[in-house]
Design a protein around this ligand. Structure first.
Ligand code: XMP
Length: 513
């Protein structure tokens, strides 16, 4: 790794990915590692600074996770956040105990004017707190630099040793000046210069891919989504025609999407790669006939995808590398997280068993989504593709409640197209996390002209979210919803009612199945 870096040591807190993202927003490379691998990674990476994350434990519990003491003896600056702050206090001789009053949520914190970590932060600032323990006495050599009426140590620092700690969470948006705290740490304390930029990422990656692949061949499953598109273009810039991209059209894509993907990546498009479109629509429809259970639909689509892909791969013959559009949150979640599987999320249904390849290549595995988009722009990929909203691997299969039929696919495609068109016309598209039409399995009575109808109800969904783990229903202006509804019932045959989903996640999920 040629960049300066910050190593985020994970103690199980829920905002840990966010910490790395905030550091990277400051143009400094950051990586998350479990506390069990902390020292090993420090030796490999030689980071400019270390951040201890929050976590659910109490530091005085003998079973609780701790960092090796050695980590505090390396002379590398350390920032402890929440549990990380308490652990630092505990290991260095301070006192941590159950707080008489727990703090949770937005809290006004008073800040000392000469605090190094809190430089240029307002004397009274709103921070996000979430703790039941607190530091009641700081270790020797530390100075208290922030407090609240019920939390005597909201921040502390030992500038000589370069140890800094905050009880609040600077990484979350609710901490109004949180990014300044991160910035102060990485620039003023750790001396980083901001050398993590997407142009150099692209340049370095192209060089590294060329070196790695040599004269070998690579195969990529291209879905047309942001991640696989950026991965494919990066690969094609590096190795050109040594790359083959297979695009499986499973017939569950949005309206015109298959053709749009082909227009960009096919032989008439700007990229020099071997593009293969497989029109496998009917195979998927046949397999899905009569199936209503959501997880079974997902499984069928995922497995069929693999089969189609394998068959295509067989035609191409042995390849050296299989390209995957894995991004950093996937890496963190599969490597560090222990969260329960709510849905079997898969883009291409896992890895194919019967493709003859030697090695996997994941050119985006260290990038967050916003960085993938920046890299995409850097590579000259059209904006509409780079800012495409997320689309699930099983596609419309999980936006049609109950059995998937060709008629239902047509209805949901047309309704969704109208919805997207009107949202874009109203200038709302970039501000929303995700928005789409789904087809309920409900038919109800309506009247059109002088006729009674008995047709489907389309559900519209739009959510605001920063991480897709939680989401709020977006408040789409009534006029826009009215216009969309009008157009859908008039233009889409088989629909006589449009509903808007006001449910947040949780308890709803973003998709309907
Ligand atoms: P949920 O519905 O779980 O969705 O709230 C969260 C995000 O994940 C996407 N999603 C999927 N993506 N395969 C995927 O590749 C899936 O099976 C799948 N299910 C949900 C969803 O679109 C949203 O962005």
């Amino acid at each position: 790794m040629k960049h300066q870096s910050i190593l985020v040591i994970d103690f199980g807190g829920q905002y840990n990915q966010l910490i790395a993202r905030r550091v990277r927003e400051c143009n400094v490379y950051a990586e998350v590692v479990s506390y069990t691998d902390g020292m090993k990674r420090i030796k490999e990476l030689n980071p400019a600074g270390i951040i201890f994350t929050g976590g659910p434990n109490s530091v005085y519990d003998p079973e609780s996770p701790h960092c090796e003491k050695e980590m505090l003896e390396l002379g590398i600056p350390v920032l402890g956040i929440c549990y990380g702050a308490q652990m630092m206090a505990h290991l260095l001789g301070g006192v941590v105990e159950t707080a008489p009053v727990s703090e949770y949520g937005s809290t006004v914190v008073s800040v000392a004017s000469d605090a190094v970590l809190l430089k240029d932060i307002s004397a009274e600032t709103v921070c996000w707190m979430s703790h039941t323990d607190y530091i009641s006495s700081v270790p020797e050599g530390f100075k208290i630099t922030a407090l609240t009426p019920v939390c005597p140590v909201a921040a502390m620092e030992n500038t000589e040793k370069k140890f800094y700690a905050v009880q609040f969470h600077p990484e979350v948006m609710h901490t109004e000046e949180g990014i300044k705290v991160i910035r102060n740490f990485v620039y003023n304390v750790c001396g980083c210069t901001g050398d993590w930029k997407m142009d150099s990422f692209v340049e370095t990656s192209i060089r590294e891919i060329r070196e790695k692949v040599g004269s070998g061949k690579a195969l990529c499953a291209l879905s047309g989504g942001v991640d696989s598109s950026v991965a494919a273009v990066l690969m094609s810039k590096a190795i050109g025609k040594q790359l083959t991209c297979v695009f499986v059209d499973h017939g569950l894509l949005r309206k015109n999407e298959g053709d749009e993907v082909e227009a960009v990546f096919g032989s008439d498009g700007p990229y020099d790669l071997n593009f293969v479109r497989v029109n496998a629509q009917q195979r998927f429809y046949d397999k899905l006939a009569g199936v209503t259970e959501p997880e079974q639909k997902r499984k069928i689509i995922g497995e069929e995808f693999i089969r189609v892909f394998e068959e295509e791969a067989k035609k191409i013959g042995a390849v050296d590398f299989l390209v995957q559009g894995t991004i950093y949150p996937d890496v963190i979640e599969s490597g560090l997280g222990k969260s329960a599987v709510i849905k079997s999320h898969h883009n291409v249904g896992g890895l194919p068993d019967h493709v003859d390849f030697k090695e996997i290549i994941e050119p985006l595995r260290m990038l967050f989504k916003d960085e993938v988009r920046k890299a995409g722009l850097e590579l000259g990929i059209p904006e509409n593709l780079v800012y495409r909203q997320p689309f699930p691997g099983p596609g419309l299969g999980i936006r049609i409640i109950g059995e998937v039929t060709e008629e239902k696919i047509r209805i949901v495609q047309d309704a969704d197209y109208i919805y997207r068109e009107e949202i874009a016309k109203a200038g709302l598209d970039r501000g929303l996390g995700q928005y789409f039409a789904a087809l309920t399995n409900m038919r109800s009575v309506g009247v059109m002209g002088d006729f009674r109808t008995y047709d489907y109800a389309v559900a519209l969904r739009a959510v605001n979210t920063s991480d897709f783990m939680t989401a709020d229903a977006a408040q789409i202006p009534w006029e826009v919803l009215g216009k969309v509804t009008n157009r859908i019932v008039n233009e889409v045959k088989g629909v006589n009612r449009v509903l808007y989903d006001c449910t947040s996640k949780p308890p709803g999920t973003i998709e309907f199945e």
